[in-house]
Ligand binder design. Structure first.
Ligand code: PGA
Length: 254
């Protein structure tokens, strides 16, 4: 059984300054105001922009999320942002274990699990990212890698309400390469099976695909079984593109 409302999550990464970013968020929010039952829109801006965007989008039509959080709730951790701070500023979600954190900052599954526990304790939905690098796929190891990431990054108290899994093959992120629909179908079925017993109500847990999602490939990806939304980097920096992706969500048959 699949989840009818797709989650369209924009990951702005380390992009955006002041007024222009406010305009982008406002344009997305305006476009979402004629509520479309096919999707929920989420924007994950850099920490510095969350407060400003929260002031612009004050009706909840677009949800807000952080791109990372500390495993600690507060204290002497210079430069870190705690999950309760994200909650306090109006976030509902936080992306954890993005490949740019796993590979760029050496984050382990265990650290990502601790961060997810902190997110849950603060009342945030954790979007836990998994995905193999190119060499692992070439060696046919993608399921081993993703299986281990799932086994070790998901906290014990994960439920379909507080956890989303994003499959992002690392070689597809920001490269213009996308996994084939067959690869996505196979991996998402593998993930759906893999989270049974690890996430309460696993059938209703949203599984996102990420990696060079664009207006041109969104419809096919969003129509794939077990793809309950997308995590979008580059294309989320243009209001028209992220809206075209969102509107490519399949029409729900009541
Ligand atoms: P991309 O990034 O859409 O630019 O490939 C996706 C992501 O990293 O979440």
């Amino acid at each position: 059984m699949s989840i009818p409302r797709k989650l369209i999550a924009g990951n702005w990464k380390m992009n955006g300054l002041g007024r222009k970013s406010g305009e982008l968020a406002a344009a997305v929010a305006d476009a979402c105001r004629s509520v479309d039952p096919r999707f929920d829109m989420l924007i994950c801006p850099p920490f510095t922009l969350i407060s400003c965007i929260r002031g612009i989008i004050d009706d909840g039509v677009v949800k807000l999320g952080g791109q990372d959080c500390s495993p600690e709730a507060a204290g002497a951790f210079t430069g870190d942002i705690a999950a309760p701070m994200l909650k306090d500023i109006g976030c509902a979600f936080v992306i954890l274990g993005h490949s740019e954190r796993r590979h760029g900052h050496g984050e382990s599954n265990e650290l990502i699990r601790a961060k997810a526990e902190a997110a849950h304790a603060a009342g945030l939905v954790a979007i836990i990212c998994v995905g193999e690098i190119k060499e692992e796929r070439q060696a046919g190891q993608e399921k081993d890698v993703v299986g281990k990431q799932l086994a070790n990054s998901i906290p014990a108290l994960a439920t379909s309400e507080n956890t989303v899994i994003a499959y992002e093959p690392v070689w597809a992120i920001g490269t213009g390469l996308t996994a084939t629909p067959e690869d996505v179908l196979e991996m998402h079925a593998f993930i759906r099976a893999g989270i049974a017993g690890k996430i309460a109500n696993s059938e209703q847990t949203r599984l996102l695909y990420g990696g060079s999602v664009k207006p041109g490939n969104a419809a096919e990806l969003l129509a794939t079984a077990n793809v309950d939304g997308v995590l979008v980097g580059g294309a989320s920096l243009k209001a028209d593109d992220i809206m075209a992706i969102a509107k490519a969500s399949p029409v729900i048959n009541a």
